[in-house]
Ligand binder design. Structure first.
Ligand code: MG
Length: 216
């Protein structure tokens, strides 16, 4: 019996707009200003560095800003930058939440399902994402594995979350958009898992979170 549902955040409950603007626009802008080079060349350099790092195995440094401060030789004031992105988006009445997210969280809550958020988003990003969407109130537990557990979402990490919350892995259904971090890893920990693919290209995946309501 499913007692708890855990969700990934980015690409699952909300879109990735904040991260995209931060990493693909604001970081190159900052590098361009700092080193007095054009935005275009700073952007090209940043994209190359991201791709290079992406080819290596990801560790927690990938998600924080320190590694990138060193890579680009810049000073990143992440909280301030994220807040500015939020304010700009709000001015344009843009939100990051997917259309069905609130309805699904509310309905699961009504059914007395324990809700857990398990994300790679670091606390600086997480704070703004929660403020923008107001979804924090639905969760019994919110964990940034990077900030709170100093770990990427691996099997050990999922096992520990189960242990600490007195849940057997088989009592949890995890939903996320990464085959590795949201399917393979929780599966290794003995959890039930479900891939969300909003483009519907992957077999055995769901396209919309509403489908979760049929399963629990
Ligand atoms: Mg994700």
């Amino acid at each position: 019996m499913i007692k708890a549902v855990s969700f990934d955040l980015d690409g699952t409950l909300i879109n990735e707009k904040i991260d995209e603007i931060f990493w693909f626009e604001e970081i190159p802008k900052l590098a361009a200003r700092t080193h007095k080079i054009s935005y275009e060349s700073a952007k090209k350099n940043a994209m190359e560095k991201y791709e290079e790092a992406d080819r290596q195995e990801k560790d927690i440094s990938w998600y924080g800003t320190e590694k990138w401060e060193r890579f680009f030789n810049i000073k990143i004031e992440a909280e301030k930058m994220i807040k500015e992105i939020k304010e700009r988006m709000e001015k344009n009445s843009e939100n990051i939440i997917f259309p069905e997210t609130l309805l699904v969280l509310k309905e699961l809550k009504k059914r007395n399902i324990k809700l857990i958020l398990i994300t790679h988003s670091t606390n600086e990003f997480l704070k703004t994402k929660m403020e923008m969407t107001g979804i924090a109130q639905y969760f019994n537990l919110i964990i940034s594995t990077i900030s709170d557990m100093k770990s990427i979402k691996n099997d050990e990490c999922y096992k520990e979350i189960c242990r600490k919350n007195n849940l057997s892995p088989s009592e949890i259904l995890h939903i996320g958009d990464s085959i590795n971090y949201d399917v393979e890893m929780p599966k290794r920990a003995g959890m039930n898992c479900l891939l969300i693919d909003r483009k519907k290209y992957t077999p055995n995946s769901i396209e919309n979170l509403k489908e979760v309501l049929k399963l629990v």
